[in-house]
Every structure is written in structure tokens, then in C-alpha cells.
Design a binder for this molecule. Structure first.
Ligand SMILES: N[C@@H](CCC(=O)N[C@@H](CS)C(=O)NCC(=O)O)C(=O)O
Length: 184
């Protein structure tokens, strides 16, 4: 039997967090190597484990996978969280990418200068552009696509956590999204 997946990333949520959530939802146990020294990172580089010299990297099924979305798609397909056909899959990816857009805006905050202006911008976009889409899609539905839990729901869940962390109460105007997040 294959061993547990091993996740390699810095000691933070960042781009690995979506992968952690997806594995948790799939009920897959995993180990983590948190890169806290330059030497650990250099060792991965010299071993040729990082195709584009970047993390996240996940060892799974005898492979060393990189690129967050590729990793998410592999796990989602493997654990039946990626739709029943190509039409469901593309919808799942569209919803998941929307959530990722919001999360990436929040993730880069530590690296920018005018944080206040950017926060206002993220809040406006979340309320006017992104959350209304999920609110509508979840009207009368438990899950975003195909009546089944998928990568899209997991990504939306992580996104709502990040939004609530920055803008407490932001989901109040989006009851369907709030119920969906509470269910995860
Ligand atoms: N498109 C890649 C981007 C990965 C990425 O930018 N990783 C950062 C850490 S979050 C990194 O390894 N940076 C080091 C570098 O680029 O040299 C993905 O989604 O996995």
C-alpha cells in the first residue's frame, strides 16, 4: 500500500492550505515537512524535486507533484471530488478559480504597502463580484456542482474562512454561502 502523501511547504498556510483542506475532506491522512531553513529548501532543489524551483510540492503515489492547481486537480480526481463528466469538471474549476482569485488577493497582503486600500478593494470585489455568484449557485442547492461535494465547495469554504478573518460578518448578506460554509 502506498504511504501517506507528504506535503512540503513553508511554515504557513499560503498556497498549501487548499491542498491540506482537500486531503482532509477526502479523509486522507498526510505528513508534512515544514521548510524552516534554507538548507532544507536547497536540498529539495539539488535533489531535483522542485520542477520550477517552487513549493508547494506533494509526494503522492510515487510522484513529486508541484503547481498548486495541478496538485488540487489530481487529488480531486483521485477522490471523486472533481465531477462526473467534463461539463461538471469545468464548472467546478470555474468556481474553484473564482475562490482562488479572492484568496490570492488576500495572500499577497503581507507583501504590499498600501494594505488599507487593497483591503477595501478586496472587500468590494468579494461582495460585488464573487460572493453573489456563489450565493446564486447555492440557491436551492447544497453543493455548487452536480449535487455532490467537490473541489469547488472546498475552495469556497477556505475562501469564506479567509474573508471572515479579514472582514468579520461579511457573509451576513450571503446566507446560502454562510450555510454552505457552516456545513463543511
Ligand atoms: N504557480 C505556482 C506558484 C508557486 C510559488 O510561487 N511558490 C512560492 C511560495 S508560495 C515559491 O516557492 N517561491 C520561491 C521562488 O519562486 O523562488 C503554484 O501555484 O504552485
Amino acid at each position: 500500500m502506498a504511504g501517506k502523501p507528504v506535503l512540503y511547504y513553508f511554515n504557513g498556510r499560503g498556497r498549501m492550505e487548499a491542498i491540506r483542506w482537500l486531503l482532509a475532506v477526502a479523509e486522507v491522512e498526510f505528513d508534512e515537512v515544514l521548510l524552516t531553513t534554507r538548507e532544507q529548501y536547497d536540498k529539495l532543489l539539488s535533489d531535483g524535486a522542485l520542477m520550477f524551483q517552487q513549493v508547494p510540492m506533494v509526494e503522492i503515489d510515487g510522484m513529486q507533484l508541484i503547481q498548486t492547481k495541478a496538485i488540487l486537480h489530481y487529488i480531486a480526481q483521485k477522490y471523486n471530488l472533481h465531477g462526473k463528466d467534463p461539463k461538471e469538471r469545468v464548472m467546478i474549476n470555474m468556481y474553484a478559480e473564482g475562490a482562488m482569485d479572492v484568496m490570492e488577493m488576500i495572500m499577497v497582503l503581507p507583501f504590499i504597502t498600501d494594505v488599507k486600500a487593497k483591503l477595501d478593494n478586496i472587500q468590494t470585489k468579494a461582495k460585488e463580484r464573487y460572493l453573489p455568484v456563489y450565493e446564486k449557485a447555492l440557491s436551492g442547492h447544497i453543493y455548487l456542482v452536480g449535487g455532490e461535494l467537490s473541489l469547488a465547495d472546498v475552495q469556497l469554504f477556505e475562501c469564506t474562512l479567509m474573508l471572515e478573518e479579514k472582514f468579520t460578518g461579511i457573509l451576513a448578506e450571503f446566507p446560502n454561502v454562510k450555510v454552505s460554509a457552516a456545513r463543511q
